[in-house]
Design a protein around this ligand. Structure first.
Ligand code: SF4
Length: 336
């Protein structure tokens, strides 16, 4: 039986944090271990350049960091293909072909792109680049050049998959049924809030715990987490529903622990410092095996290169096969 192919990836603009872990990485490991799918993960360096074109060193450096995070949290290169986007030139070629099938007005209406452009006002000012506006087109090429059929995404990414499906339908209606329409699979995991309660977790906000953080860094960060602001004294009754420590306990602690924490907090029988120490310990228990795995690869950078080289060669082969079909359909197959 032919397995459904999952295509997913990350922009290498920084180390991955626990928001990435709960938002996608954990799910990718689960899908990998199910054995039911063929999973491709692209390290999207070209996409990272759309808003980091003036900082190529940052993108270059983070390619290996992101791969080490993948390996640390359980992505197995024997079961999942990890590859570098820029080393698949067929994606760039397909992006050019697709650019005839999308209007500028449609890209400007894409809700995900609209939100992201608004967030990047500082970089773009009033005038966004062609590359950034068009990144959904290159993302459609990323997915379809690998013949991806299932795309795990968060709700905010759904418009990108819809745009990809539109491009595929248009391509097939003009050139014949060559491409498969991918399906979005909504990830159950929600977006994880930052330690300060901000809806978004990120480096610029200083509210993230990274998978590669040391135990000391985790302890320090957890101590800075926002708690119930109305709780002044240790025996004041607290409200765990407005406390980020309680929010994180739900991710890292057992159900039984969470229940006890909430009860004691409401009764004013629990100190915030002890509550934070317990959380930091639970986070560290989960991160410790990842740190050890990461260290192994940090000391052996040649293994990262090998993994990327092998994965990229495999992905390139898939891309070449797709492009052969695409070019034939578009009557661009002049010579063998
Ligand atoms: Fe938050 Fe725990 Fe303090 Fe309650 S006791 S406010 S859950 S840190």
């Amino acid at each position: 039986m032919v397995k459904k192919r999952i295509v997913t990836g990350d922009r290498p603009t920084g180390k991955l944090h626990i928001g990435h872990y709960f938002g996608s990485l954990k799910n990718r490991v689960k899908l990998q271990e199910s054995g039911d799918y063929e999973q491709y993960i692209l390290v999207a360096d070209v996409q990272a350049l759309t808003d980091n074109f003036n900082n190529p060193e940052k993108v270059r450096k983070n390619v290996r960091e992101v791969v080490m995070d993948y390996l640390a949290c359980g992505i197995d290169p024997k079961k999942t293909t990890i590859y570098i986007q820029s080393m698949i030139p067929e994606t760039a070629e397909l992006t050019v072909f697709y650019s005839n099938l999308v209007t500028i007005a449609r890209l400007e209406r894409n809700p995900t792109v609209k939100t992201e452009i608004a967030q990047k006002r500082e970089l773009f000012g009033e005038s966004v680049t062609y590359g950034f506006l068009g990144y959904p087109v290159s993302q459609a090429a990323d997915i379809t050049v690998m013949d991806g059929t299932l795309i795990p995404v968060g709700e905010d990414q759904l418009p990108l998959i819809e745009q990809c499906r539109e491009i595929v339908r248009k391509f097939n209606s003009i050139y014949g049924e060559v491409l498969q329409e991918p399906q979005a699979v909504l990830s159950n995991e929600k977006r994880i809030k930052g330690l300060d309660g901000n809806e978004k977790m990120g480096k610029s906000l200083g509210n993230a715990i990274y998978l590669s953080d040391s135990a000391e860094e985790v302890n320090k960060k957890v101590m800075s987490a926002v708690t119930d602001p109305n709780r002044i004294k240790k025996d004041d009754p607290g409200n765990p529903d407005v406390c980020m420590v309680s929010y994180y306990h739900k991710l890292f602690s057992t159900e039984e622990e969470c229940k006890k924490i909430c009860e004691e907090c409401r009764l004013g029988q629990r100190g915030c410092v002890a509550c934070k120490k317990q959380l930091a310990q639970n986070i560290n228990n989960i991160l410790q095996p990842m740190r050890e795995k990461r260290k192994y690869y940090e000391e052996r950078p040649e293994l990262i290169d090998e993994i990327l080289k092998e994965g990229t060669e495999k992905a390139r082969q898939t891309a070449k096969e797709t492009m052969k079909k695409v070019k034939k359909a578009m009557m661009l197959d002049y010579f063998e």
